[in-house]
Design a protein around this ligand. Structure first.
Ligand SMILES: [Ca+2]
Ligand SMILES: [Ca+2]
Length: 167
C-alpha cells in the first residue's frame, strides 16, 4: 500500500513537472512498481475486522490475498501458504496452490474481543513461499512483486466495531 502511495506521488509530481517544463516527456512507463504483462502477483490486499453476527463479543479477522498480476498463478502443493499472526503468535495458516489472475484467497481467525485493551495486538498477514520457488523450473509460480506479500493492521481498530455508531 505504501509503495502505491509513493508511486502515485511520484507519478503526480512527474506529470506536474512535465506540464510546466518539459511537455515532450509526458509519456512515462506507468506501472514502474507493478508487474510486466502476463506475470502473476499474489499480494495481501487487506485485513478485514468484522463482528460475528449473533454474538456480543466475537470478532473475525480476515486476511485477503489477491492475484493482482495479469497472469494466473499455478503451483504445487505445499509450496505457498498464507499466514495470519496475532502479535508474534501464528493463529491461522492456509495453504493454496492455484490463484487465477484477479482471484482471491482468504484466511480467518475468530476470537472474543474486549474493548479498551491498550495492548491490543497487531495483526499481520503474510504470503510465505518455499525458498526454492524461483528456481523450481515452474515460471507460473514466480510472484513478480515480493514487496506486497505482507500487511499489518493495528487491532485497536477492532474497538471501533463496538461503538454505537459502528453499525
Ligand atoms: Ca518458480
Ligand atoms: Ca506479490
Amino acid at each position: 500500500m505504501k509503495s502505491k502511495v509513493l508511486f502515485f506521488v511520484l507519478l503526480a509530481s512527474t506529470f506536474g513537472m512535465s506540464d510546466m517544463n518539459c511537455p515532450n516527456i509526458g509519456t512515462i512507463a506507468i506501472g514502474g512498481s507493478e508487474c510486466p504483462e502476463g506475470l502473476s502477483n499474489p499480494a495481501v490486499d487487506r485485513i478485514d475486522f468484522r463482528r460475528v453476527d449473533g454474538t456480543l463479543d466475537m470478532v473475525r479477522i480476515t486476511g485477503v490475498v489477491e492475484n493482482k498480476g495479469s497472469g494466473d498463478f499455478s503451483s504445487g502443493e505445499g509450496q505457498q501458504t498464507i499466514q495470519l499472526y496475532e502479535g508474534v503468535e501464528l493463529v491461522a495458516q492456509q495453504a493454496f496452490e492455484n490463484l487465477a489472475a484477479g482471484a482471491t484467497a482468504s484466511i480467518s481467525h475468530t476470537r472474543t474481543w474486549e474493548t479498551g485493551n491498550e495492548f491490543a495486538p497487531t495483526y499481520r498477514v503474510l504470503i510465505v513461499y518455499d525458498p526454492d520457488i524461483y528456481i523450481d523450473a515452474n515460471a507460473d509460480n514466480d510472484d513478480c512483486q515480493p514487496s506486497d506479500n505482507a500487511l499489518a493492521r493495528d487491532g485497536v481498530e477492532i474497538d471501533d466495531l463496538f461503538t454505537p455508531t459502528a453499525n
